[in-house]
Design a binder for this molecule. Structure first.
Ligand SMILES: Nc1ncnc2c1ncn2[C@@H]1O[C@H](COP(=O)(O)OP(=O)(O)OP(=O)(O)O)[C@@H](O)[C@H]1O
Ligand SMILES: [Mg+2]
Length: 257
């Protein structure tokens, strides 16, 4: 295999819990250990999937990779450089996508594309913009304000503007969250194209069928720990990913705090 584009080593992240949150979670602990010693790598030309149930630590892990939060321990390397020491390098080589990204209502796709290009210190690449806008049907809405776009169109626009700088590493939290089947297919087809172009793609999901269809390698996170990590074929064999997941989930040791 070629050199890893992303290397996560022994990642740790804890959050302080408010008194109210302690009550909700029925725990005497003041600290939630969201990610506990997570290690994995992602290679150019593959889609790596982090699979885990709600609260497993997927988003926290992806946010550390995308330099949005700092790890308490361990390290992330993007294209061979430490992401904490060289955050600008990491950000210029990485696109972070999430269905949570909120776009300013007032602006149009044309404006936002130019704005995000400039944010990355790039001149707007008209050919790339045309290609991306056409691919996702944004071209017909290029001068429509975000407020007047459909939810799916907003999602597709946020995907496009997260990738204006054509990054080598793409990190996508829950790629199909909230999308209808048509839009979801457009997004997952495009992830397949990016993979074929040689991008290293990391997605998180709790949807087995998505992981099964899209991912080359899968890491299963249980309670912030990597409970299994393998290429899909070895992990699943002749079973379903869902069955494998339940086995791993029930075998994973109960978390100590
Ligand atoms: N800023 C924060 N403050 C306190 N606790 C947090 C914070 N962010 C995440 N957590 C907690 O850390 C744990 C992991 O959260 P995370 O969002 O990474 O899970 P996830 O695997 O993405 O779950 P989901 O599938 O629901 O998106 C959860 O218990 C969550 O409540
Ligand atoms: Mg999440």
């Amino acid at each position: 295999m070629n050199q890893a584009a992303v290397v996560c080593k022994d990642l740790e992240k804890s959050f302080r819990l408010s008194k109210k949150q302690q009550k909700i979670e029925k725990t005497p602990d003041r600290v939630k250990r969201a990610v506990r010693g997570l290690s994995f790598e992602a290679y150019p030309g593959e889609i790596f999937g982090l699979l885990g149930s709600n609260g497993a630590g997927k988003t926290t892990t992806l946010r550390m990779i995308a330099t949005l939060i700092k790890p308490d321990g361990g390290s992330v390397e993007i294209l061979g450089k430490d992401a904490v020491a060289f955050p600008d390098f990491a950000r210029s080589n990485l696109g972070f996508l999430t269905s949570e990204l909120k776009l300013e209502d007032y602006f149009t796709p044309n404006y936002l594309y130019r704005y995000f290009s400039e944010l990355h210190g790039l001149d707007e690449n008209a050919d790339r913009k045309r290609m991306l806008f056409e691919k996702f049907g944004i071209d017909k809405f290029a001068e429509v304000r975000v407020a007047d776009l459909s939810t799916g169109m907003k999602q597709k626009l946020s995907l496009v503007i997260s990738l204006v700088h054509d990054p080598a590493v793409i990190v996508f939290d829950e790629p199909t969250n909230g999308l209808d089947v048509i839009t979801a297919k457009a997004v997952t087809d495009y992830l397949g194209e990016l993979k074929n172009e040689g991008k290293a793609i990391i997605i998180s999901t709790h949807i087995f069928s998505l992981a099964e269809k899209l991912c080359d390698r899968i890491g299963i996170i249980v309670d912030g720990r990597m409970a299994a990590l393998s290429d899909k074929q070895t992990l699943v064999g002749d079973r379903s990913l869902e069955d494998v997941f339940f086995d791993i989930y029930s075998m994973a040791a109960p978390a100590e705090t």
